[in-house]
Design a binder for this molecule. Structure first.
Ligand code: SAH
Length: 502
């Protein structure tokens, strides 16, 4: 039997870019993932569909799974031969009870490894522009548990902390903020010492309150700061204003839901993250080849009769050539056929195969492609459309109206999928999503199919083109449309929208 193993992995503070390469490498091959409430949805989105997810974190209204139970789950799964990833917020050994989780494993000789994570204690202040140490302001950093069940707040030695004179970082301290500040003042800390509290640091929802050790509790209360938050006390906090950078990025503080099929989401998400957005991937459609496919066999046997081969999506190109290959053929089977592509991404997919399309319409839409074909196709020529089973009606309608001879060949079908739907639904409900990006009408349908028709939509649907926008409008969404049919242009549109809202 395969030997099981447990990896105790730090997930970092929230920003998926701060998750380690090693952590990601393990997560994508996990059989079982056991995770806490603090692990960000972007990281949970990396869990493969095939893995079992076990949420042992706190949920509103219910209690977290007791520690003993978590230890038993890890043991059981590892003994069943599974690759178990135990994912914890920040670093697993800093106030993460990581040590306790190893005791039982070690007792039973279950192999394990530790993958440290970026701790919130240092990274969250950094995202608020606070360097925890500074040559002329602070030469030591002390990380303190503001509250735990086992170490009551009363046990914090405030005199010692004040005497050290460095930067003080309190985790789990929101509930005890007033006690902490009072304790420090009582121990002789100057009332005007700079102090800050940072809520949900490194995420799009990050909020920072900078004040003094005397006034911080009141200012935090006014701002309604809640958990999780990091409290920083010390002279370095005075730098927060000058060094703040998170909110200054073009999409800083924005959350975007990307609905593309998973295998195509990567570049889009990265671009959004580069501009400072928090990105949630909801791959609500997936493209599946139609096999067996007698119509396709038939079309392949008569390829010479066609003068034009038309693609309306990158998936169509990919799956068409896969099908060709699967029948022992290669591009030479196409002979001198002319190629049309609906837009730049589809064209790029052809170019990757050494094929330069003869026709790409200026506007990205089925109708525009149809019109361009009507102009180009000679009366004696026949057109083969290689596209999705549920492809939109605009293209064939335009061809038909102009009496162009064509065959509409279904190469693949679009299926709706729903990994991460629970995470996305929760964020949409809470009004935490600013923009939902739609790159085709089928992603709109997939979205509605996955999440149900939603009322009181609080986000703007940013659409790649007109047909997509029409589908989004039909579903009752507030929409915006990209100037050009590219993901870059969609990102620009989001930046513009953000400026308009300020
Ligand atoms: N192991 C974790 C800390 C666990 S204790 C780490 O290394 O970061 C939980 C506390 O961490 C929270 O109460 C809060 O103080 C802090 N914390 C974790 N993530 C945070 C975030 N994104 N923003 C602010 N505080 C955070």
């Amino acid at each position: 039997m395969k030997e099981g193993k447990v990896y105790l992995v730090g997930a970092g503070p929230g920003d998926v870019g701060l998750f380690t390469l090693k952590g990601k490498h393990l997560l994508v091959q996990a059989d079982v993932v056991v995770y806490d409430a603090l692990v960000s949805p972007e990281i949970l989105a990396l869990i493969p569909d095939s893995a079992r997810r076990i949420d042992v974190g706190k949920r509103a209204g219910s209690h977290p799974v007791p520690q003993g139970e978590i230890n038993r789950i890890l043991l059981q799964e590892a003994m069943a031969g599974k690759l178990v990833v135990r994912l914890k917020g920040g670093d697993p050994f800093l106030f993460g009870r990581g040590g306790e989780e190893l005791e039982l494993l070690s007792e039973y000789n279950i192999p394990f490894e530790i993958v440290p994570g970026v701790t919130s204690a240092i990274s969250v202040p950094a995202y608020a522009g606070i360097p925890v140490s500074h040559r002329s302001l602070s030469s030591s950093v002390h990380i303190v548990a503001g509250h735990t069940k086992h170490v009551p707040e009363a046990q914090i030695d405030y005199e010692a902390l004040v005497r050290l004179g460095g930067t003080l970082i309190f985790l789990m301290g929101v509930g005890a903020l007033e006690e902490i500040c009072k304790g420090l003042l009582r121990a002789g800390m100057p009332a005007e010492t700079p102090a800050a509290i940072i809520e949900r640091g490194t995420t799009a929802a990050q909020r920072t309150v900078v004040s003094t050790v005397k006034a911080l509790p009141e200012h935090a209360r006014e701002a309604g700061i809640g958990t999780p938050a990091v409290i920083a006390v010390g002279r370095v906090c005075a730098l927060a204003e000058e060094f703040s950078w998170m909110e200054k990025r073009p999409l800083g503080g924005r959350t975007v839901l990307v609905t593309r099929p998973r295998n195509r989401a990567g570049r889009f998400s990265q671009l959004l993250r580069d501009y400072g957005a928090q990105v949630i991937e909801l791959p609500c459609i997936e493209t599946m080849p139609l096999e067996p496919n007698p119509e396709l066999d038939e079309a392949f046997s008569r390829l010479r009769e066609y003068s034009w081969l038309v693609f309306t999506s990158p998936a169509g190109v990919r799956l068409f050539f896969d099908a060709l290959r699967g029948r022992g053929k290669d591009v030479r089977a196409l002979g001198g056929i002319k190629l049309a592509a609906i837009g730049s991404a589809t064209a790029a997919e052809l170019e990757m195969r050494g094929l330069i399309p003869d026709l790409v319409p200026e506007i990205y839409s089925g109708e525009a492609l149809g019109k361009a074909l009507v102009r180009e196709v000679r009366p004696d020529e026949r057109v083969l459309l290689a596209r999705a089973k549920e492809g939109s009606a605009g293209l064939p309608k335009t061809l038909k109206a102009a009496a162009v001879a064509y065959d509409d060949l279904a190469v693949y079908e679009t299926r709706y999928t729903w990994p991460n739907a629970d995470v996305a639904a929760r964020m949409l409900d809470a009004g935490e999503v600013d923009y939902v990006a739609f790159t085709s009408a089928s992603t709109v349908r997939g979205f509605v199919n996955t999440l149900g028709r939603q009322d009181n939509l609080k986000f703007t649907a940013v659409c790649i083109g007109k047909a997509t926008e029409a589908a989004a409008k039909e579903s009752g969404m507030r929409t915006a449309i990209a100037k050009e049919a590219t993901i870059e242009s969609m990102v620009e549109r989001m930046i513009e929208l953000g400026k308009g809202e300020l």
